[in-house]
Ligand binder design. Structure first.
Ligand SMILES: [Zn+2]
Length: 207
């Protein structure tokens, strides 16, 4: 089967893209010069499933893979997902997925822990601002190899705590270190060697 993907300019999204790339080059401290991430807008759920290679759930509206970003087209956003469209949500989504492209380079696509990668994207895209603040942390550490809608609740706040309290350099070291780890236990050791405290809920504060 041959599918035609039309190219329709998205000026505002382009601006968000340029701004995000600049911001991430600064945050992650490497200059992504060539073959920068591209954003592909996917027209509908059927084509989303085709690109994903499996049936996607109705809350799934985008992802990053191999340095590129795939988003459900803004024009069909409400029709083809269970989200309500707003510019704010959509641009934050694009920014979230672009952050994944950068953290994939830094972590050599380690893919784990999921909470750290999702947390970085939620924190950097500003999505945490529209999420209810948890009262206490109780679940994020368990999202190591597997994701799920629950991982988005706490992880952005956990990463925010790490960055605001200990700075981005440590976070980037942690992310780089995930190249070498295989298990949850390896990661806990890596975390302790960088932060000098245990990776446990009572050591994280909601800020
Ligand atoms: Zn994500």
């Amino acid at each position: 089967m041959v599918y035609k993907i039309e190219t329709i300019p998205r000026q505002k999204l382009d601006e968000i893209y340029e701004k995000s790339i600049e911001e991430y080059i600064d945050f992650f401290q490497f200059n992504w010069k060539y073959n920068r991430p591209k954003i592909f807008l996917i027209p509908d759920r059927k084509t989303m499933d085709l690109f994903a290679g499996h049936k996607t759930e109705s809350w799934v509206v985008g992802w990053a893979r191999k340095g590129n970003v795939y988003l459900l087209d803004d024009q069909n956003y409400e029709k083809e997902s269970n989200h309500k469209y707003s510019d704010e949500e959509y641009f934050a989504l694009a920014k979230h997925e672009l952050a994944h492209c950068f953290s994939d380079v830094v972590s050599n696509s380690s893919g784990k822990p999921v909470w750290l990668l999702e947390g970085i994207s939620i924190f950097l895209s500003g999505q945490y601002k529209v999420k209810p603040k948890p009262k206490v942390f109780t679940a994020f550490i368990d999202f190591f190899e597997n994701g799920g809608s629950e991982v988005y609740k706490e992880s952005g706040f956990a990463v925010m705590f790490l960055v605001e309290k200990y700075g981005k350099e440590k976070l980037i070291s942690l992310l780089k270190g995930t190249k070498e780890i295989k298990t949850k236990e390896d990661f806990a050791k890596l975390f302790k060697s960088i932060y000098e405290f245990e990776l446990s809920y009572e050591n994280f504060e909601i800020i």
